[in-house]
Design a protein around this ligand. Structure first.
Ligand code: MSP
Length: 639
């Protein structure tokens, strides 16, 4: 197959992009860049999923029209992917006219084939997952088995897709095509689900209207398409299915990336729809795991959702890409923590990768005015070259099966060979012993190893790889891929370009870390504490004082924090870091009075000392600082 087609799920527009969205999109982008590097004509699709009850309700709760709301959030996804330099060829929106036409055409085709019939649906529906469930599937008789939220009882006229007819055909596909669903463990889960028996699928809804209408010929205007039918079809409507068929040559997809929670839709419904439409099935449907933060599930209510833009701004986009792909085995859940990210940057990227380049720059500068030659590399370093080639031999199989962590691990093993060669051959001793050719051969060997790693790491870290390649006198493209990787040729001689260190060391965490949520037991305990009776002496252990805010400024890179200088009538003003940025502008705080807990142990927040705490009351309508009714001298005790 010459062409390649890579897709991400299309993202719901009820939420702004988070690390999970960034993860899928970055893996897909890496694959698209890899295919292009190898010279394949590649189509990379991403976009937004904008219909359905969930989006309609999300818009309504914000007093917005669904379309207008979808426009805004879809715009945020697109803007982020553009900022992240995601190399998509098309950004599809399910509210696009061409998409809607394609969906209607698919519905009619499946109907004409006899795969769709009209009936009545009675059962439970989870709006959050946009999924139908039977009574027996529910958790404790009412909760959604996937997300735990309460489900609604739905009773409505509906068209059904004869999914049950496809059970055996699907099982045959899983059986015949070893790698159709990746990774294997996930494929096995899909197989056991299908073996339990497939029920026909309700594919239209009548209780709301934010969706694609049925084709006119159906003469049934009260129905809109079930959002998953509408959404899954994006993968072909984006290629022109149902309109101009312009890019249908790219079908079937090479790599369809999804999260584990939506694998069922992609590995069961989607191929069944395709079989009904008479279209070939995708090569790989690949399910990745979920990200947690510091060991906890991310959620808006906990306020611990990782914002990918913040991370990329703070630590560098390409470092973040490397971390995401290196940190977890594909298919397994991964944990995001700043510590783990910093370790990867300082150790893998800084010490092992960046340092090697600095060593070549340093040595070639000293020994040969920056000139690097491959002249004697083959003659003197056949052992190291063989070791490198052995590792690189099967490395691309790993990437092709999305084992990105193993792919990167292997590339780093190759870097170790280069570092070990420097230690073993001591080019500086060779220079002292008048063996300049020997010293230059070591530098040449390391440059060549570095070049190969750079080509292969370029889909993961494209800009960094370009900088290194430029320093090493070559360009990253299909020609250099063929020359250095396929044909295993060596670099032509070049003069190295000195570039500043690519991975400056990071000493401390840059972003604010949300407090971990107390575990159930602790929550109970702390609640008890809140309610327990204390003595007056216990109360007076807390020193509360009136403070006057003299200065206030925003803390950069924090959505929550302000840095205040507060006069407590002491010799020195106190610095207080307060989480009130969302509620007060710095200017409106200056020269106002507040109530301060003055004997709290000083703490460091985002690396800044905080020497007190403001008292405030917070409810749904916002936050209000506790202030004296009349102005008091700074430092006046409260009690
Ligand atoms: N709109 C559907 C997909 C339709 S595709 C035809 C949808 N959208 S979503 O926005 O809710 O989720 C998109 C992707 O984000 C899913 O693949 C999901 O697995 C992924 N993630 C959501 N939270 C995640 C993490 N915490 N970690 C990793 N990925 C997660 O589902």
């Amino acid at each position: 197959m010459k062409t390649r087609y890579v897709t991400t799920p299309i993202y719901y527009v009820n939420d702004v992009p988070h690390i999970g969205h960034a993860y899928t999109t970055i893996i897909a982008d890496t694959m698209a860049r890899y295919y292009r590097l190898k010279g394949h004509e590649t189509f990379f699709l991403t976009g937004t999923d904008e219909h359905g009850q969930k989006i309609e309700e999300a818009a309504k709760s914000r007093g917005r029209k669904p379309q207008e709301y979808a426009d805004e959030i879809s715009g945020k996804f697109k803007a982020l992917w553009d900022e992240f330099d995601i190399s998509y060829d098309k950004f599809i929106r399910t509210t696009d006219d061409e998409h809607k036409k394609g969906v209607q055409k698919a519905f009619k085709t499946m109907f004409d084939k006899g795969d769709i019939y009209k009936g009545n649906y009675e059962g439970h529906y989870c709006v959050s997952c946009e999924t139908f469930f039977t009574e027996t599937q529910l958790m404790d008789g009412e909760g959604c088995p996937d997300c735990g939220k309460p489900t609604n009882l739905v009773k409505e006229e509906s068209y059904f897709f004869k999914l049950s007819n496809y059970q055996e055909k699907l099982l045959k596909w899983y059986n015949d095509d070893e790698q159709c669903v990746l990774p294997k463990a996930k494929k096995n889960e899909v197989i056991s689900f299908v073996k339990q028996g497939l029920r026909d699928l309700s594919i239209t809804r009548t209780s709301f209207d934010w969706g694609v209408k049925l084709p006119k010929e159906m003469n049934d205007p009260k129905h809109v398409m079930y959002v998953w039918l509408d959404a899954l079809l994006n993968y072909i409507t984006a290629l022109g299915y149902g309109t101009d068929d312009k890019n249908m040559d790219f079908w079937p997809a090479t790599m369809q990336l999804v999260g584990k929670d939506i694998l069922r839709f992609h590995a069961i419904y989607w191929p069944a729809f395709l079989m009904s439409l008479g279209l070939p099935l995708p090569k790989h449907i690949a399910a990745h795991g979920w990200w947690t933060r510091n060991g906890e599930k991310m959620s808006k209510s906990k306020g611990n959702v990782v914002n990918p833009k913040e991370v990329a701004d703070a630590y560098g986009l390409e470092n973040f890409r490397y971390f995401l792909l290196r940190e977890v085995p594909f298919g397994q859940d991964g944990d995001f923590s700043q510590k783990a990210l910093i370790d990867r940057i300082n150790s893998d990227l800084g010490n092992e990768f960046g340092n090697l380049l600095n060593r070549i720059i340093g040595m070639s500068g000293k020994y040969s005015e920056g000139k690097v030659t491959s002249k004697d590399v083959k003659a003197l370093h056949v052992k190291e070259l063989n070791e490198v080639e052995t590792i690189l031999e099967n490395i691309e199989d790993k990437l092709n099966l999305l084992q990105t962590n193993r792919y990167l691990e292997d590339l780093w093993k190759v870097l170790t060979i280069a570092n070990a060669a420097i230690t073993a051959h001591e080019p500086w001793t060779k220079m002292k012993n008048d063996d300049k050719d020997g010293a230059l051969a070591v530098v040449g060997l390391v440059a060549n190893i570095m070049a190969r790693v750079t080509v292969l790491v370029s889909p993961v870290m494209p800009k960094t790889a370009t900088k290194i390649a430029t320093a090493l006198g070559f360009e990253i493209n299909k020609e250099s891929y063929v020359k250095l990787i396929e044909k295993k040729e060596l670099l032509s001689d070049f003069v190295i370009e000195k570039i500043p260190p690519l991975f400056p060391r990071i000493e401390e965490e840059v972003l604010e870390t949300p407090e971990p949520t107390p575990k159930k037991e602790e929550k109970k305990k702390s609640k008890k504490k809140e309610e327990s009776i204390i003595t007056i002496d216990q109360f007076f252990e807390t020193s509360l004082k009136i403070g006057t805010i003299l200065e206030a400024e925003e803390v950069p890179k924090s959505d929550r924090l302000l840095k205040l200088k507060v006069d407590l009538g002491e010799e020195k003003t106190r610095q207080v870091i307060a989480g009130i940025k969302e509620y007060y502008a710095p200017a409106e705080l200056i020269n106002t009075q507040v109530c301060i807990v003055a004997n709290l142990k000083p703490a460091k927040i985002m690396g800044m000392l905080s020497e007190g705490m403001l008292l405030a009351a917070k409810d749904k309508s916002g936050l209000s600082l506790m202030r004296p009714e009349k102005t008091k001298k700074s430092g006046t005790p409260v009690g």
